[in-house]
Design a protein around this ligand. Structure first.
Ligand code: BT5
Length: 331
């Protein structure tokens, strides 16, 4: 009811709609219309009521409500209906919350999105700074009918989706993908991706992929440790035309497109897109992984998204995970 009334008010805005007219349309009482209007106001929608003219929508809150994000989304799997999006004002970690839902049997395409994370996390127990309203903190659930060996490619597919969404909405921003899970703007991290999974022997139960995209941080929103290494797509002064909900919708749409492509024709074209937007290949890097550090030239990625590095003696090594701790542009 609340969502339907919101739609009616949006269509009518900036004009008024009378309570009587809405009640007749929805075959309900004027009291129940009034109750839904109160709920909308409580959720932050500025709805003005006038005794003679009815109600009109003056302002939509800058919040990532399912009804806002799913407007016009038209996705096949990811959030393909509004009730697949779970929105929280505050959550420990959207990945953790989505894993709980996955355990309860949530369908593929379920999305958890939060305004703020109190225990946002990166890889290997690192933390991810996620203050309220400053970014897009979301996770999505996949149950791909694929073998375990292909799993490492998912972080790369997600990176391509985010980079494409940025390119579509903000063509002036030059974003680059750093292997395996970062998006950078001018060498600073603007987005991180964390893929977690549940599997048994060779059977994958589910994949939960979370992404954090810094949207409108001011310099002082970053902790001292992040001031020189992190950035945000807008500077937090509110002077931008794109809203978080539009960006979030575009990211979900791109993830859906990429996932469809992966399921139907495979990864070839997606990896071409990854290569076109990456800032890692061709550089001399030092990669830290569980086995220690390895330096050399980042040559290529293989069909599973693993990084191929050529060491000083020309020997090639393949890495499915790790962190690039130093990266130099060739002279
Ligand atoms: C990542 O890990 O980059 C993965 C981040 C994934 C965050 C999303 S938010 C939604 C979902 N729910 C979660 O709980 N997580 C996911 P890693 O490569 O390990 O990088 C972590 C490092 O990035 C930290 O140790 C910091 O140095 C840095 N960092 C932390 N917060 C940051 C931020 N907001 N922006 C840029 N860098 C940050």
């Amino acid at each position: 009811m609340k969502e339907t009334i919101l739609k009616l008010l949006k269509n009518a805005a900036p004009s008024y709609l009378s309570g009587e007219e809405m009640a007749a349309k929805l075959k309900t009482s004027r009291t129940s219309i009034w109750k839904s209007i109160k709920l909308l106001q409580k959720s932050g929608y500025n709805v003005e009521g006038s005794p003679r003219r009815g109600y009109r929508l003056l302002e939509i809150p800058d919040l990532l409500y399912p009804a806002e994000i799913s407007e016009g989304l038209q996705t096949k799997i990811i959030a393909n209906r509004p009730n697949l999006i779970h929105h929280f004002m505050q959550v420990d970690s959207t990945n953790n919350r989505l894993k709980l839902l996955a355990e309860e049997g949530a369908p593929e395409g379920t999305v958890v999105i939060a305004e703020e994370q109190t225990a946002g996390k990166g890889r290997l127990g690192r933390s991810w700074l996620s203050p309220g309203g400053k970014g897009i903190w979301l996770s999505f659930l996949l149950r791909p009918p694929k073998p375990m060996e292909e799993i490492s490619v998912f972080t790369l597919l997600t990176a391509v989706a985010v980079a494409n969404a940025l390119k579509n909405k903000l063509p002036d921003i030059e974003a680059g993908i750093k292997w395996p899970n970062d998006i950078l703007i001018q060498d600073r991290k603007v987005c991180g991706i964390l893929t977690e999974l549940k599997a048994e022997a060779d059977r994958l139960h589910y994949l939960v992929t979370g992404l954090g995209l810094n949207f409108n941080f001011t310099r002082s929103d970053f902790t001292p440790e992040l001031k020189n290494s992190a950035t945000s797509i807008f500077a937090g002064d509110g002077s931008h035309l794109l809203s978080r909900k539009e960006m979030a919708g575009e990211i979900l749409r791109e993830i859906d497109v990429i996932y469809q492509k992966y399921l139907t024709v495979g990864t070839d074209d997606i990896l071409v897109q990854w290569k076109a937007q990456n800032v890692t290949l061709g550089k001399t890097i030092t990669l830290k992984s569980l086995g220690g550090s390895f330096s050399g030239k980042a040559l290529d990625i293989d069909k599973y998204g693993a990084l191929i590095i050529a060491g000083p003696g020309g020997e090639r090594r393949r890495f499915v995970a790790g962190e690039i701790i130093a990266q130099e542009v060739p002279k």
